[in-house]
Write a protein that binds this ligand. Structure first.
Ligand code: XMP
Length: 506
């Protein structure tokens, strides 16, 4: 495997994505928590960083266990760090170098740069530059303004590059990473979904043995794939719980429960709609609604988990970005639960945790799910928030409002599917606004609700743009909603991007 030491660059996860795309396994670890040396480690990549080696207290871990022992590739800050620590000089660039540049010198005999063409476009993003390299280094690539665009340490497999091969604007970045990972580190390209499933199922069998595992299904991709993997390992000893909180899409609970049963899962559907509606009654504040829903969910799940005698494990669909987030250079995020009051936790939270997807990125989870034969309708589903329609009904939530919104949402989503637009949109849904407006239907004046439709394109939900859905499509959806859903006489389309707006309205 490859170890990626994270110095806090926004691109660190991208490096890992690119290495995984080469079917090579890699792990990201913060530079200040380097894991113990393991025999399967074949090479190390040092990421970029928002820091500068010219600052006081710059990140400077001890790399001696690696340097000269294993191939090492420093990217941007990583390259500057090794150059400076080796006796070279790093200075502030006179201009901040940001954007596309072209290589004008490439040592094509160098193994890192094999098949990289002269004139190759690379992506630069740095404020410092390497002015002098140490005597035992050699320059292997340059651009017009950056002489040390890439270097090699003469008697070691240690390399530094000033540009970012992981960003697609570096058009031959993937070739460079392949040269490093496959040819220089000699990693075999056998990290595939099949191989992942085989080793994970074997590990789970060993880890869990004949114990019982409880797992909460949500209908989403991650919990479904996690359940199928654990199911392959331990079969009926996996007890799945799928809670109907009354805030799901129309027909979703029955439909998804059915798919789960078809997949052979031992799953119990729990109708807790009334408990959720009761807890939500009269609450209008978004955070209060979220808290109420979270609390009821924990109560229901705790109660159900007690019905499984002797359960020892809690299965979870945690994926790699969640793990990286919680151990990142910037420190654990504030949302990670503190374990100070273990006594006060619900009983199911005292179970040992098993997280079979914790090394996978989202698209890898989908690939694994596909290989496991999971229903494509589950794998390709848009993200849906845990509090469900409750945060799409602005103001207080009642079963009647949920029913109206379910119909509106159903027409919108069904139309997206029928017109082949569903997969082009990252997430879509409808909001029920606490506003009534005047309309006319036949000879009568109406005074009814307004709904807003929202569809966005995004990579990860952190930023998003509104989807430019065709006008004809929006016109048809609007007509169908107003004609079919009693109580709604006006439809608007949300054309805000995130930031400054958010995807949800609450
Ligand atoms: P925002 O509205 O913050 O949403 O742009 C970003 C993504 O997060 C989802 N979301 C939630 N998911 N519980 C969840 O499980 C929540 O309380 C919640 N709020 C927002 C939202 O659907 C979008 O995918």
């Amino acid at each position: 495997k490859i170890l990626i030491l994270d110095f806090g660059s926004q691109y660190t996860q991208l490096i890992a994505r690119r290495v995984r795309e080469l079917n090579v396994y890699c792990e990201i670890h913060p530079y200040n928590k380097i894991p113990a040396f393991s025999p399967d480690l074949k090479g190390v990549i040092l990421s970029g960083s928002p820091c500068s080696v010219r600052e006081k207290d710059y990140p400077n871990p001890d790399l001696t266990p690696f340097l000269g022992e294993l191939p090492v590739l420093g990217v941007c800050y990583g390259a500057q760090l090794m150059a400076q620590e080796g006796g070279g000089e790093v200075i502030a660039s006179t201009i901040r170098e940001y954007g596309r540049a072209k290589l004008n010198h490439v040592d094509q005999h160098n193994r890192l740069l094999k098949e990289i063409t002269m004139d190759s476009q690379v992506w630069m993003s740095h404020g410092d530059t390497i002015k002098h390299i140490p005597d035992n280094f050699e320059i292997i690539a340059s651009t017009e303004s950056v002489q040390v665009a890439a270097y090699k340490v003469k008697d070691q497999e240690t390399y530094g590059i000033q540009f970012h091969p992981e960003v697609t604007h570096s058009t031959e970045g993937k070739t460079l990473l392949r040269n490093f990972v496959v040819h220089i580190c000699d990693c075999s390209q056998d990290w595939t979904p099949d191989q992942f499933i085989e080793t994970t199922v074997a590990d789970l069998k060993e880890q869990i043995g004949t114990d019982k595992v409880i797992l909460g299904l949500s209908g989403g991709v991650d919990s479904s794939v996690a359940a199928m993997l654990i199911h392959q390992a331990i079969g009926k000893n996996l007890y799945c719980i799928f809670v109907d909180n009354g805030l799901l899409r129309r027909d979703e609970f029955e439909g998804v429960l059915h798919s789960y049963k078809d997949m052979g899962l031992n799953v119990k559907g729990v109708d807790a709609k009334d408990m959720f509606y009761t807890a939500l009654a009269g609450l209008s504040d978004p955070e209060e609604k979220r808290k109420a829903i979270g609390k009821v969910f924990i109560d229901v799940f705790d109660q159900e988990s007690h019905l499984v005698e002797d359960a020892k494990w809690l299965g979870q669909g945690t994926i790699y970005p969640d793990v990286i987030e919680s151990v990142s250079v910037k420190g654990p995020s504030a949302t990670i639960k503190s374990h100070h009051n273990v006594g006060g936790l619900p009983d199911f939270m005292k179970l040992k945790v098993v997280e079979p997807l914790k090394t996978l990125f989202k698209d890898e989870v989908r690939l694994v799910g596909k290989t496991l034969g999971i229903d494509p309708a589950i794998l390709g589903r848009h993200p849906f928030p845990g509090p469900g329609l409750a945060i799409r009904i602005l103001g207080d939530v009642t079963p009647e409002k949920v029913a109206i919104l379910q119909e509106v949402d159903h027409i919108f989503i069904k139309s997206l599917r029928n017109s082949g637009l569903y997969d082009q949109v990252w997430q879509a849904g409808a909001m029920l606004l606490p506003v009534q407006s005047v309309g006319v239907m036949g000879d009568e004046r109406t005074y009814e609700r307004v709904v807003a439709l929202r569809a966005v394109t995004s990579i990860d939900g952190m930023t998003a743009d509104w989807s430019h859905l065709p006008y004809e499509f929006l016109a048809d959806v609007s007509n169908e909603i107003i004609n079919k859903v009693r109580g709604v006489n006006r439809v608007v389309y949300d054309i805000s991007s995130k930031p400054p707006a958010t995807i949800e309205w609450e």
